[in-house]
Design a binder for this molecule. Structure first.
Ligand code: AMP
Ligand code: TRP
Length: 352
């Protein structure tokens, strides 16, 4: 089989894209599945925006992934538009990055199926996100939830991504993607680039405001768990004021202070000050003063995003134009990649 695959390299299709000196490629995705929160912003979106200049970027609103848990047509529609506007308002620039909706590029679903054939049942069963989301209801969850990581691998491998900027919870999925790519390459010849997770040391795991042992999550039942990018200033201040704290009264970070560590991390990332500088500033001042200031820092950071969001929402065509153009560019790349993949695998009637 490997010999056959080698032969295909001469037929003029795109070959494994490992040319030295080319710009590093980035792909990341986010599900349109609820309120975008501060964890999403600090763990993912903010890094995507900051790195736009450096890399060749593709960002995907993964609506097919959102079908893995029950939803409705209206909810999905609203969430897709919502997320598109939030990403643009946060600073993703459709001139510099390819931004599109996953289902507008049908090749993702096709590649997922093909990669299913080189993915093992046991690998998927070990995914902690699957175990968390399925909980004790394994019998009743969709098969889509089970193969979810394979669709994610398809998103990444489709565009030869070198780097995948995500929060800490996605590390296992990127490692699986590497394993799938390696297995495919070994079986069919060099086809896919092995991606590396790009997980920042700070902000990759922002914890829930009401429980610092759990990560801040969109699917949380209580809205007091997270600050949503859409929360109005008073709601933000109130949520921060009510955030749980640790015993004691000193504003310091450390393993025995998970709640304060989380709040200090948020403060530090949004203000650009180090945690040590913040600890020094708030020494002896108590939690109340610290939280009041943090509330203002968050309001100030989110304010400009909310203003741009309001503008975008007043002009619904803006996002729609940007995403249509993004889908066009993504489709072009996906079409080329899939021609190679099908050829490598021996699918279809073939050309020779
Ligand atoms: P999700 O909310 O699961 O769709 O995640 C979208 C992106 O945000 C992924 O890159 C996640 O890793 C990241 N993310 C989600 N929750 C958090 C969190 N609490 N802290 C940091 N990053 C997060
Ligand atoms: N699984 C990711 C999450 O829950 C979303 C996602 C889908 C993704 N496809 C991706 C992230 C590709 C990075 C790259 O956040």
């Amino acid at each position: 089989m490997i010999v056959e695959a080698r032969e295909t390299e001469t037929i003029g299709l795109q070959t494994a894209p490992s040319a030295p000196g080319r710009r590093q490629r980035v792909l990341s995705g986010m599900q349109p599945s609820g309120n975008v929160h501060l964890g999403n912003y600090l763990g993912a979106i903010r890094n995507w925006v900051a790195q736009q200049e450096i890399y060749d970027n593709v960002f995907c609103i993964v609506d097919l992934h959102a079908l893995s848990l029950p939803t409705t047509r209206e909810t999905l529609r609203a969430n897709i538009r919502n997320l598109a506007n939030v990403l643009l308002a946060s600073g993703l620039d459709p001139e510099r990055s390819v931004i599109f909706v996953q289902s507008d590029v049908p090749e993702h679903a096709e590649l997922c199926w093909l990669l299913n054939s080189v993915t093992q049942f046991g690998e998927l069963r070990r995914m902690t996100q699957f175990k968390d989301k399925a909980g004790s209801q394994v019998e009743g969850v969709s098969a889509a939830l089970f193969v979810y990581p394979v669709l994610q691998a398809a998103d990444i491998l489709m565009y030869d991504a070198d780097l995948v900027p995500v929060g800490d919870d996605q590390k296992q999925h990127i490692e699986l993607t590497r394993d799938i790519a390696e297995r495919f390459n070994a079986r069919y010849g060099e086809t896919f680039v092995l991606p590396t997770p790009d997980i920042k040391p700070a902000g990759a795991r922002i914890m829930a405001l009401d429980d610092p042992t759990k990560k801040m999550s969109k699917s949380a039942t209580s809205p007091n768990t997270y600050v949503a990018l859409r929360d109005d200033p008073d709601t933000i201040r109130r949520k921060i004021r009510r955030a749980v704290t640790d015993s004691g009264s000193e504003v310091t970070a450390g393993p025995d202070k998970p709640a304060l560590t989380n709040l200090l991390t948020i403060y530090s990332l949004l203000s650009g000050e180090t945690i040590a500088a913040l600890e020094a500033r708030y020494a002896g001042k108590g939690y109340g003063v610290f939280k009041a200031d943090l509330g203002e820092v968050v309001v100030d950071a989110i304010g400009p995003i909310q203003r741009r969001l309001a503008e975008l929402e007043a002009d619904p065509d803006a996002a729609s134009r940007a995403l249509a153009a993004g889908a066009e560019r993504a489709r072009e790349r996906a079409r080329r990649k899939m021609a190679l993949v099908r050829e490598r695998m021996g699918l279809g009637f073939g050309r020779s």
